[in-house]
Ligand binder design. Structure first.
Ligand SMILES: [Zn+2]
Length: 385
């Protein structure tokens, strides 16, 4: 990967991700959108094969990026909104690993994403629920680990891999809680005919166009709230990061933080141009606040649990420094009057961060995060008068 130019790498990584992740489950509408550049074009397939041959490390990198720090499932990767795709449902169920991580606490490790489960005296509290095809496996797993009903489902944000799996739990009538912007963000997706899903190789036909096929929270809050369940506090804190509505959860009685998508085991996905605006600075603040609580256990939504407090105190600040450093460089460059594309070109991680394995450019690049900072401070104008 090192020998590729950034442009070459970005373009090919996107093309390769498509070829790797795009399966026969995609519908005809998606294929039409892709036209002659789709994976069914023999010339495209041949070019991709050449690239893989020349860059054997790329396949591994894409696999890791696609799995987002967890195990990858190609069946799931294209069908996150589907309640009926049998291949995805079966793969989610078969690959689920139930990890007890603390007393009365489990990390359900589905392919790509995790669900956090807390058992309380009043019932189960879930942080997230996975993608829609995780639903059947999720309901079965909860029955296996506890006889308690589902009391509360907390959605950390509206994305398909977090807020769509709870459809199999609705008969238990749980409280479903999210930050109030969850509603508006979900409705943007409903109105835009699967635009973001199309950008991310999801089957457009599965994307809900109204609340009949999506899970509407029973309760929303603004900023911060504390839920008292089974004599324990669950503190929900909003901070715009990956999304407008994103939150994280701390459980002081267990000294546990469920870090949602703020904590990632690689360069934070804070520069994703296929999604709506992200907020690198508030993202960093959330990571700093998590570290200040000195949790004994960190439960991310993607990737393994971190159970060593020293490691948590090393990795949370390191992840925070990435967007902080990039943002500082970008704002300084913009303030000096430089053209924004030149500002982005110069952005780099400080050496002490660049050498860390948990700052690898697996999903987005340092410059992509720079672009996101620019778009937060500015508009879409390209500096041409
Ligand atoms: Zn996620």
């Amino acid at each position: 990967m090192k020998k590729c130019s950034p442009f070459f790498r970005h373009t090919l990584a996107v093309a390769l991700t498509l070829s790797q992740l795009y399966t026969s489950t995609a519908n005809a509408h998606d294929q039409d959108e892709r036209g002659d550049f789709g994976i069914n074009n023999p010339a495209v397939a041949a070019a991709r094969a050449q690239v893989f041959k020349a860059n054997p490390q790329m396949a591994q990198s894409i696999k890791e990026g696609g799995g987002f720090g967890s195990e990858l499932s190609y069946a799931v990767a294209n069908s996150m909104y589907s309640r009926t795709n049998q291949a995805a449902i079966a793969d989610a169920r078969a690959k689920l690993r139930i990890e007890p991580v603390a007393p009365r606490t489990w990390l359900l490790r589905f392919p790509i994403v995790n669900v956090v489960v807390f058992e309380t005296d009043e019932g189960l509290v879930l942080v997230d629920s996975g993608y829609a095809p995780a639903g059947p496996g999720l309901a079965e797993a909860l029955k296996k680990i506890s006889s308690k009903p589902v009391h509360t489902v907390i959605f950390t944000h509206f994305h398909a891999d977090h807020a769509f799996g709870a459809w199999t739990l609705l008969d238990q009538k749980p409280q479903i809680i999210a930050e109030q912007r969850f509603i508006t963000q979900m409705e943007l997706d409903m109105r835009s005919n699967g635009l973001i899903a199309r950008n991310n190789q999801q089957s457009v036909a599965d994307v809900p166009s109204n609340w009949d096929n999506a899970i509407r929270p029973t309760t929303t809050f603004h900023g911060k709230t504390t839920l008292r369940i089974g004599k324990e506090d669950f503190v929900l804190t909003h901070a715009r990061g990956e999304t407008e509505d994103q939150i994280w959860v701390s459980v002081p009685s267990r000294q546990i933080v469920a870090s949602a998508d703020y904590f990632q085991g690689f360069l934070p996905n804070a520069g994703n141009g296929k999604r709506r605006q992200r907020y690198p600075e508030e993202w960093a603040q959330a990571l700093r606040e998590m570290a200040s609580l000195k949790p004994l256990l960190l439960l991310p939504a993607h990737g393994p649990a971190i159970s060593q407090p020293e490691e948590i105190q090393d990795r949370l600040p390191a992840q925070a420094k990435i967007p902080e450093s990039i943002s500082t460089q970008v704002v300084k460059g913009l303030n000096s009057g430089q053209r924004r594309d030149l500002v982005i070109d110069k952005v780099a991680l400080p050496a002490e961060l660049a050498s860390r394995p948990d700052t690898r450019e697996l999903y987005v690049s340092v410059r992509d995060i720079g672009r996101m900072v620019v778009s937060e401070y500015s508009g879409w104008w390209d500096d041409i008068p």
